[in-house]
Write a protein that binds this ligand. Sequence first.
Ligand SMILES: [Fe+2]
Ligand SMILES: [Fe+2]
Length: 187
Amino acid sequence: MENIEEIKLNLKQTMSEKRFLHSLGTMKMAEKLAIKHGYDEQIAALVGLVHDIGKEIPKQEMFKYIEENKIKIDEIEEKNTALLHAKIGASIAKNKYNFTEEMQNAIKYHTTANPNMDKLAKIIYVADKIEETRNYEQIEELRNVAMQNLNKAVLLILNHDIKKNIDNGKIIHPDSILTRNQILSEE
Ligand SMILES: [Fe+2]
Ligand SMILES: [Fe+2]
């Protein structure tokens, strides 16, 4: 595993300032959630820092990367390219920083969520949405919930995102619905 300070420097040089600050925010929040919910905080911080590494790749290059690295994508991801950076990011993190399968999955699932999310994946999913540079209505309430109950925070974020997609006339990825159903049925 590479040194987190080196990775930070690397990201700072290759990302926009806004994205870099979001990455740092996600790193800090992931660390905080990991401590609170009993997970290795160094791993959580590292995955939080790297989670958007695939985000600023131009569309054409994204499809080239997918072909070259034989990444399987579904038809919704093909149409909604904003979703693609999750799988691409996981692959880059593996190739560049030797991320484990679990760490790759957390990156893979951070945009749509996934019913197979483990604790690390939930930490990253939530940290990404509530980190310090994010600002939307009810975020403070969500930050409080996230410190108490990780599943509930995932559920509230899914509710929020699904509603937003409906309001904007956008496609909802089935994994988001499946994850929501799963959390609700576990309660
Ligand atoms: Fe992302
Ligand atoms: Fe993000």
